[in-house]
Design a protein around this ligand. Structure first.
Ligand code: PEP
Ligand code: MN
Length: 262
């Protein structure tokens, strides 16, 4: 179902007033984690001003250490919806367990994080819901596996899937992951689904977000997901890679110009 061979036309999704795919370009921005109502609303207002079309923010966080901040859970989702009410920005947020699915009713896009790309029972269940799914590439998954994970969702009837390339594990240690730019044209060659790129998790380094965003657009990306925090130094998660609102604004100026040009 995901295969371009049988569906030559690009999938185009209408989500919360935004058009995704088919030559339209969208930026999803916001903090790694929702930390408080004030924080997420402040960041939402800033990223909207700079041209972001969606607000991101994790309420359920897949942390390496069980002692690290795990997210505000249902409280976090509530704050995201408050931020949506304030700004009108549709919400993208990660699901980690099927047990929480009911809490995601008012979310606009459900994110499946890298660590759950092959959680097949989760994918199958999301295949039965009527919501766009942002599917992130696993830390060490091939593109064939990535395509098959989309197929798992689509096989259940939900054809609203967006791929997100977020870097893969390689021997390189200077960046958090290695952004696989070739994934963009390859995914778009083999499937008709929108492909976005997350340069924040791909690099782990704020100043690499701009060049890799521009590279992703040159490779045909349908959008970007960028982490922005009002005070990165104090962030409870991924502060080291987060842009300040001012840095994000500067990146957006370049990104918007290049997206219009390509
Ligand atoms: C995230 O988007 O906050 C996240 C946890 O990303 P990934 O699943 O790509 O590591
Ligand atoms: Mn993060």
């Amino acid at each position: 179902i995901a295969n371009r061979k049988f569906h030559p036309d690009d999938t185009v999704l209408e989500i919360g007033g935004n058009t995704v795919g088919g030559g339209h370009f969208n930026v999803i921005a916001g903090p790694c984690s929702v930390e408080s109502e004030e924080q997420v609303i402040a960041v939402a207002k800033e990223v909207k001003k700079s041209g972001a079309k969606f607000l991101r923010g994790g309420a359920f966080k897949p942390r390496t250490s069980p002692y690290a901040f795990q997210g505000l859970h249902d409280e976090g989702l509530k704050y995201l919806l408050e931020a949506k009410k304030e700004t009108g920005l549709p919400i993208v947020t990660e699901i980690m367990s099927l047990a929480h699915l009911d809490l995601f009713n008012d979310v606009d896009v459900i994110q499946v994080g890298a660590r759950n790309m092959q959680n097949f029972e989760l994918l199958k269940e999301l295949g039965h819901c009527d919501k766009p799914i942002l599917l992130k590439r696993g830390l060490a998954n091939t593109l064939e596996e990535f395509l098959m994970s989309a197929e798992y969702i689509m096989a259940g009837g939900n054809t609203q899937v967006i791929f997100c390339e977020r870097g893969i594990r390689t021997f390189e240690t200077m960046t958090r992951n290695t952004l696989d730019l070739s994934a963009i044209p390859l995914l778009k060659h083999y499937s008709h689904l929108p492909v976005i790129v997350d340069p924040s998790h791909a690099t782990g380094i704020p100043w690499l977000v701009e060049p890799l965003s521009l590279a992703a657009i040159a490779c045909g990306a349908d959008g970007l997901m960028i982490e922005v925090h009002n005070n990165p130094k104090l962030a409870l998660c991924d502060g080291a890679q987060s842009l300040t609102p001012a840095q994000f604004d500067a990146v957006m100026k370049k990104v918007t110009a290049q997206a219009e040009f390509s």
